[in-house]
Design a binder for this molecule. Structure first.
Ligand code: NAG
Ligand code: NAG
Ligand code: NAG
Ligand code: NAG
Length: 298
């Protein structure tokens, strides 16, 4: 219970911070490590800002389990139910910078880091949103001059394929950016990091992620560590009483998506998968903890 309370504090501090603190930045970095998004999806993550992703006017918390409209997500017992937010419509994305001024063009991407049956690095990930020439207007990511490669397409994980991590990333788009030819619209598999390199995108300015699961995953979930803000390097020294294990991040160095079915973005694919890699299990438990923390906050 104690770690869960610390997670609750971390979530509150992110939710209420107009300008993020060093701890806020370290917390989102730790979330990405714990969820093994680093290094399985992106090799490194040192954001200069916090990405606020809101569906239907409600801000998500990092890793929050969201329900696809019309489905029940994680099979948690009441009252720890995932928030039911309709993730079908494009979210409102805002960004609060730590100390960088955010001008120029940006590229936004949302990818499904858990396409069953694929291994990132050889197969790539599903892109659900990829749009260049985004701008930031009063902190809100605007598509008024946006050039979409793939317009936002909401999550639709295959039933029974476990929780999928949907990662929303905002990249700096320097003047040297060159559009990559040959990409077609719609949800498609692609190699995110190769795209970043080929198009000449810059650093990840900010990122966030949420999870969506459809149906019941038949695996049992081992306990994993949570992000404990008081143990982060930049936490005020008075707060770091070393009570528990801390946010030591990715232990296994997992390799991305686990084995299983070949479901893509349809949401109606057959449930023939057996996603059971260590990375998914650890991540799932983290999602459970975050969901539990949300219930304490709300
Ligand atoms: C933010 O400020 C800190 C402390 O001054 C500095 O070390 C860091 O490089 C800055 N980051 C950015 C993105 O400007
Ligand atoms: C995030 O966005 C929501 C809705 O768009 C807003 O209510 C909330 O204040 C924002 N939070 C931050 C930290 O910007
Ligand atoms: C941003 O993109 C626009 C085209 O939409 C271009 O005219 C402008 O020069 C770009 N700005 C920067 C700083 O790259
Ligand atoms: C811009 O976003 C709105 C939703 O906020 C969407 O309806 C529209 O299609 C988008 N346009 C582009 C060019 O991405």
């Amino acid at each position: 219970m104690v770690p869960t309370l610390f997670v609750a504090f971390a979530l509150v501090s992110i939710a209420h911070a107009a300008t993020p603190t060093v701890v806020d930045i370290e917390a989102i970095e730790a979330h990405f490590q714990q969820a093994l998004i680093v290094p399985s999806l992106i090799p490194t993550f040192s954001p200069g800002a916090i990405l606020n992703v809101s569906f239907s006017g409600k801000q998500i918390t990092p890793g929050q389990a969201l329900a696809q409209a019309g489905y029940t997500a994680l099979p948690l017992t009441a009252p720890c139910k995932p928030k039911t937010l309709d993730v079908a419509a494009q979210p409102v994305v805002t960004v609060s910078a730590f100390n960088a001024s955010l001008t120029g063009n940006f590229t936004i991407a949302m990818v499904d880091a858990d396409v069953p049956g694929t291994v990132y690095g050889t197969d790539g990930v599903n892109r659900h949103w990829l749009e260049n020439f985004m701008t930031i207007s009063s902190g809100t990511v605007s598509n008024s001059s946006g050039v979409p490669v793939t317009v936002y397409a909401g999550p639709g994980p295959a039933a029974g394929s476990g929780p999928h991590r949907y990662v929303v990333l905002l990249y700096a788009q320097p003047t040297t950016f060159t559009a990559v030819t040959g990409l077609t619209g719609g949800v498609q598999k692609f190699d995110l990091n190769a795209y970043v390199k080929e198009s000449g995108l810059g650093d990840i300015i900010a990122a966030n992620y949420f999870t969506v699961e459809v149906g019941t995953d038949s695996t049992s979930l081992p306990v994993t560590s949570a992000v404990i803000t008081s143990t982060l390097a930049a936490a005020p020294s008075g707060a770091a009483n070393g009570a528990s294990g801390g946010a030591s991040g990715a232990s296994g160095g997992a390799s991305g998506a686990s084995g299983g079915a070949s479901g893509t973005g349809s949401g109606a694919a057959p449930a023939s998968s057996q996603p059971s890699s260590a990375s998914k299990l650890q991540f799932s438990a983290a999602a459970l903890l975050v969901a539990a923390a949300m219930m304490l906050v709300l």
